[in-house]
Design a protein around this ligand. Structure first.
Ligand code: NAD
Length: 498
């Protein structure tokens, strides 16, 4: 917890518990391992080159310290990247046997493991997420994705989706899991024989540029992976480029819809991984202490900047009081502060813009008559912070129950019967994920078949594995990432048996 602090601007709950006043010695991870450059270029054709747009700064959201200046790719830079990706595709990568492509992916995976501490420190610094999450969740999943898809590279004939790559993939990713989203995009694309031009988010470009260095270290042929940094205009130039065969986008539903409109009628393939508003549903027979851990993980992991965050808690009426009391006690133990401190549970909000969005929607929750509660929690003076927050007295009509807040804010609703829980859970334009907490296997099966969500977790939450497909229904997007299904996004569709 930072020494200089200010109080959050809303009422907070009961007196701190023994756990929340317990003083922990700070245990910051050292930054010494990083070789941070003052400025970074674009990564095109295996080299760092200058961009022709206006360079922008990437800052640490925890301190507002400028970490580096980053080049902006304009339409001509994007064009140059697509051209070298096309050349690398037709001359090198698509001609290489899958077993050889696989060796490069294995090599990248091993370097990610070897440099995992460096990657984790930079991810926490640039994104604001706690080091224990980048170190223990993000980076291991990134390496696992490269290992997993390396294994597919010479086995595509067993994929069920053919063996022919699409060509050049334009990939656009958000800021909440910068390296993980990069891995989910690049690993399957390369395994299938495509080359890529990837645009990271403008607030978190640095680990993608570190990854570019890993591609150099792995001797990946030039042009196979290209990284163009910039904001929406750079992404748009990639989407509009006539020689891109596929657009793979992860981000907000609004931008996803605009991209779908842009590519409609073109020959481009498109997959969209968009927003979510997951229900985490707790029945009266659930093991409540475990459910509380799952609720906390579901909404406060990564500050709630998670597309599949369990942002709507649906709790069976008969246990609501007991569960909420336990949840508040647990929330009071969450430590918010320096993302590089190994004790930190809740890090910084990624940007001033995102903080403003979270504040605005939370204020609307107040105006709509819901009851806001946060544990006593000092917020650091500098940087972007929002305390773990709970809204009770929420109804289906409230905007905090309908809209994605993408922050550490949980809306609580109650239900009486399983069918009412299903009706409330499905009453959303999104359909990415859901959680079910009960001892009854039959109820889990009923809920899993009735919930319109791409992933349903039972008695757990936020479990990711490269072998398991992930993706949404309705406005949460189209297409799947991960697993065998994730190969379909990067192979030319063939008829069964072809
Ligand atoms: P965003 O849509 O604002 O930006 C995402 C990316 O798109 C960024 O790189 C951005 O620069 C780029 N972009 C913006 N405008 C563009 C345009 N017109 N054309 C092309 N590219 C453009 O989203 P965000 O705020 O960065 O990310 C948060 C959103 O991402 C949330 O809604 C979250 O649910 C979603 N998300 C979904 C998944 C999933 O797997 N479904 C995973 C992570 C995040």
């Amino acid at each position: 917890m930072a020494k200089k602090s200010k109080k959050p601007d809303q009422k907070s709950g009961p007196a701190p518990t023994a756990a929340s006043v317990f003083e922990y010695a700070p245990a910051p991870e050292s930054r010494a391992i990083l070789d941070l450059q003052p400025s970074y270029g674009l990564f095109v054709n295996g080299e760092f080159v200058e961009g022709h747009g206006a360079p922008f700064k990437s800052i640490s959201p925890a301190t507002e310290e400028v970490l580096a200046e980053v080049a902006e790719a304009d339409a001509a830079d994007v064009d140059a990247a697509v051209k070298v990706a096309r050349r690398a595709y037709s001359r090198v990568w698509s001609r290489m046997p899958g077993s050889e492509r696989g060796k490069y992916l294995y090599r990248i995976a091993r370097i990610i493991q070897e440099r995992s501490r460096e990657l984790a420190v930079l991810e926490s610094l640039d994104n604001g997420k706690p080091i224990k999450e980048s170190r223990d969740v993000d980076i291991p999943i990134v390496a696992a994705h490269f290992f997993y898809y390396a294994g597919w590279a010479d086995k595509l004939e067993f994929s069920g989706y053919g063996t022919t790559p699409l060509g050049v993939a334009g990939q656009i990713i958000p800021w909440n899991f910068p390296l993980m989203m990069l891995a989910w995009k690049i690993a399957p694309a390369l395994a299938c024989g495509n080359t890529v031009v990837l645009k990271p988010a403008e607030t978190t470009p640095l680990t993608a540029l570190l990854f570019a260095g890993i591609c150099q270290q792995a001797d990946l042929p030039p042009g196979v992976v290209n990284i163009v940094t910039g904001a929406g205009a750079t992404g748009q130039a990639l989407v509009e480029h006539p020689d891109v065969d596929k657009i793979a986008f992860t981000g907000s539903t609004a931008v996803g819809k605009a991209i779908a409109r842009e590519v409609a009628g073109s020959r481009k393939e498109v997959t969209l991984e968009l927003g979510g508003k997951a229900a985490n549903i707790v029945f009266d027979d659930a093991p409540l202490d475990q459910a509380v851990e799952g609720i906390v993980n579901g909404i406060f992991f990564n500050q709630g900047h998670v597309c599949c965050a369990g942002s709507r808690l649906l709790v069976q009426e008969s246990i609501a009081e007991e569960l909420l009391a336990k949840l508040k006690t647990r929330m009071a133990t969450l430590r918010l502060g320096d993302p590089l401190d190994k004790n930190t549970d809740v890090g910084a909000i990624n940007s001033a813009e995102q903080l403003a969005r979270i504040r605005e929607l939370s204020d609307i929750g107040d105006q709509e008559g819901a009851d806001r509660w946060s544990p006593p929690c000092d917020l650091p003076e500098r940087g972007f912070w929002f305390p773990p927050t709970l809204f009770t007295g929420v109804s289906q009509a409230h905007r905090i129950a309908r809209e994605e807040i993408f922050g550490p804010v949980l809306s609580v609703l109650t239900f009486r019967t399983p069918s009412e829980a299903v009706e409330k859970a499905n009453n959303t334009p999104y359909g990415l994920s859901a959680g079910v907490w009960t001892e009854k296997g039959s109820l889990i099966l009923y809920m899993a078949s009735a919930l319109r969500a791409g992933v349903v977790w039972a008695n757990t939450f936020n479990k990711f594995d490269p072998t398991s497909p992930f993706g949404g229904y309705k406005e949460s997007g189209q297409g799947r990432e991960g697993g065998r299904h994730g190969l379909a996004a990067y192979l030319k569709a063939t008829k069964a048996g072809e």
